[in-house]
Design a protein around this ligand. Structure first.
Ligand code: DGL
Length: 268
């Protein structure tokens, strides 16, 4: 396939912070030739405790910045921003916009007890989107939606297995276990970084369901449909940005990415 100019353009990926790296990792693995730009909006995280207006305005600002980098597609690697801003972004942008949402459908499929749990931010839990997903995919399944304030901050600080992080996880998973849930959907892209700790607390019988891989596959389908693949042979580069001035957030990005990376500051 011949590359048009647009095919070699990067794909923009953003999240309220470092959590979307769990999605970026899957995208880079599946589509290694694509150029990627990742924005962590750590200065303005957590989105999940903020107003809808805040989430929409940050999402628009980030999309505007990414458009100046000529992105050919945008991935909203954040459940909260997808719930509250993806429709708006789709209306405004002429490029494909890929969102992600809690994996209710796979959860329902996997569950034997007919009870599944969703761990997510307050904003995602309250969203219309989660409500309609539940109505659509889980009419006969009990879905326990558990907001997890404080967990995003633990991941932003790279406190993945500290005592206070475990206490929070115990508190949030206890109602799910008490009600016999056998699948737990990680409905926030920060939480896959906690999956080892969550696993230790809930035991190995419970399925933990993430959305990184399905989103990467969805992006692949859309690039294929729209003839947007970058068919160059070399490995794509990734540019990392963080809106926070704090070195701590940049360090967390390095530690979670598991490779030495340069993280640029971004003030928008
Ligand atoms: N990673 C975001 C999500 O998937 C976290 C949102 C937040 O900052 O609260 O929902």
């Amino acid at each position: 396939m011949k590359n048009n100019d647009i095919n070699i353009n990067p794909i923009g990926v953003f999240d309220s912070g470092v959590g979307g790296l769990s999605v970026l990792h899957e995208i880079h693995k599946l589509l290694p030739h694509e150029e990627l730009i990742y924005i962590a909006d750590s200065q303005h995280a957590p989105y999940g405790d903020r107003s809808i207006q805040h989430v929409q305005s940050r999402s628009q600002k980030i999309a505007d910045f990414l458009l100046t980098k000529n992105i050919k597609a945008l991935v909203v690697a954040c459940n909260t921003a997808t719930a509250e801003a993806v429709d708006l972004l789709r209306e405004q942008l002429s490029i494909p916009v890929i969102g992600l949402e809690p994996a209710i459908k796979p959860g329902v499929k996997i569950s034997k007890t007919g009870v599944i749990g969703v761990l997510a931010t307050q904003r995602t839990i309250q969203s219309e989107r989660l409500y309609s997903l539940t109505i659509k995919h889980a009419p006969h399944t009990k879905v326990i939606a558990q907001a997890c304030p404080g967990l995003v901050e633990k991941v932003e600080a790279n406190h993945l297995d500290r005592y206070d992080t475990r206490l929070l996880i115990k508190k949030y998973t206890a109602p799910l276990l008490e009600q016999n849930a056998d699948a737990i959907i990680l409905g926030c892209t920060h939480y896959p970084f906690l999956s080892k700790t969550i696993r230790m607390i809930v035991g190995k019988e419970i399925q933990l369901i993430e959305t990184g891989k399905p989103v990467a596959r969805q992006l692949q389908r859309i690039l294929r449909q729209q003839h947007l693949f970058n068919s160059r042979n070399h490995r794509g580069m990734i540019q990392f940005y963080n809106s926070s001035d704090l070195n701590q957030h940049k360090n967390t990005m390095q530690q979670l990415w598991l490779k030495k990376i340069k993280v640029f500051s971004l003030s928008i």
